[in-house]
Design a protein. Structure first.
Length: 429
């Protein structure tokens, strides 16, 4: 299982690191260069092997002076390590793989390189090379390129095909149809829908996509260099009502669900529908029987746009690494359409990667369709991904399960939670 987990460091640390130097850069020299990619521990033996195979077959023959190694870091230490090392001159890593929401955290203090010129010269910066929501929302900071996608998660609606056939219903195409199927499921003593309420980002992702697809936003620029909470208006009130309605048709112990319980619950027939990403295929024969009857369709759209849960990871170049050109050459290779298909275990952000195996398999079509229609959830440049998601998610769950207030008052209370998060973490002038 792969999840997009976004980290946040204290603003005092960030403020101190803004003053750190931007590092040393040189063009390619032809001398032997070792490029180290800093990976997450849980990708060891999977993603690194895919990349190594592609390097040996298609990169090393044309780049004889470059060799690639892999370092491994626990995900909870990654950003803190990068920033602390940058403050004292940097590590010897060439590339880091970080969560998609974390680019501002590293770009602001200069810990990662502005690659705008190289992106434009290479052609990777042109519109349409990557799925727009990934490139525009998560790879840029203040309008400049600082990241290149590694892998992305666009989710689809997974449903129990046998249940649907027995009940005589078709996969939902609207939110209202989805709610009606939830009601039918409850009549058959089955929960209609489940999501991992025990995990991070449940409200902003696994339910919040409907708010976002109706046109709602969580934060926006305050016009003075920071952000303000904007969870308000009819969209916010409708989202509170949606959560109250949906919780009636979820498993009774849904508050304890993490991703593993979601897999096993679906396999056991405890609920009829869930949102799921492409990593689900790795669960068949593990937590889900190989012959489990299932279907996958796009998540029902909202009033303003398609709905999907958008997560993932991006490559960034260490600004303190001296061989910037060689590092970018590796980035460029890893984001060709063929490499995009072959070098990751999930979904590529490169649109043309879906012309290559294994991503040209029809089973990936619902996910690529979701990516093509995706919108990023948080406001560009806001470095508070984890705080917003965790703080808002906990408050939203309380409102959905426990509040007896009005929709307007509950929406206002949730907006106040967001504003406190923003105010508490506002950098000092």
């Amino acid at each position: 299982m792969k999840r997009n987990v976004v980290f946040l460091l204290g603003t005092a640390v960030l403020a101190a690191l803004v003053l750190a130097g931007c590092g040393k850069k040189s063009e390619t020299s032809g001398e032997p260069v070792t490029l180290k990619i800093n990976f997450q521990n849980y990708w060891r033996g999977v993603q690194d092997e895919y990349i190594q195979k592609a390097l040996e077959e298609r990169f090393y023959p044309s780049h004889p002076n470059i060799r690639v190694e892999f370092n491994y870091t626990g995900q909870n230490e990654l950003l803190a390590n990068i920033l602390s090392q940058h403050a004292v001159g940097g590590s010897d890593d060439a590339l880091f793989i970080i969560p998609i929401n974390a680019v501002p955290v590293l770009a602001q203090p200069g810990a990662i390189s502005d690659i705008s010129d190289r992106m434009n010269k290479s052609g990777m910066g042109r519109p349409g090379y990557f799925f727009e929501a990934i490139a525009d929302k998560y790879c840029k900071y203040n309008g400049k390129w600082y990241a290149v996608p590694f892998e992305v998660d666009g989710m689809a609606l997974m449903y129990n095909k046998k249940m649907f056939e027995d009940w005589g219903v078709q996969p939902p195409k609207t939110m209202d149809e989805m709610k009606e199927i939830m009601k039918i499921a409850r009549q058959h003593d089955v929960a209609g829908y489940a999501y991992p309420m025990g995990s991070i980002a449940t409200a902003t992702h696994c339910l919040g996509i409907f708010y976002h697809a109706d046109g709602g936003e969580y934060v926006a620029s305050d016009g003075a260099g920071w952000y303000k909470a904007v969870f308000e208006g009819p969209e916010a009130e409708s989202f509170v009502q949606w959560g109250r309605d949906v919780q009636q048709y979820m498993p009774r112990d849904a508050i304890t669900y993490d991703w593993n319980r979601l897999y096993t619950g679906f396999a056991e027939g405890r609920f009829a529908m869930m949102f799921m990403g492409p990593w689900i295929y790795g669960q068949f024969g593990v937590t889900i029987p190989e012959d489990m009857p299932y279907g996958l369709v796009p998540i029902p759209p909202g009033k303003k746009s398609a709905a999907t849960i958008l997560g993932g990871w991006v490559y960034v170049i260490n600004s303190d690494f001296p061989h910037q050109e060689e590092a970018f050459q590796l980035l460029e290779f890893l984001n060709t359409p063929q490499s995009g298909a072959e070098c990751i275990a999930g979904m590529s952000a490169v649109k043309d990667a879906y012309n290559y195996a294994p991503l040209n398999d029809p089973k990936f079509a619902p996910f690529s369709e979701a990516l093509n229609a995706a919108r990023g959830i948080l406001q560009d440049g806001c470095p508070l991904g984890t705080n917003v998601e965790e703080g808002f998610g906990a408050a939203y769950n309380e409102v959905v399960f426990d509040s007896t207030g009005s929709l307007k008052s509950d929406a206002a209370a949730l907006n106040a939670v967001l504003q406190r998060i923003l105010d508490t973490n506002k950098p000092n002038d």
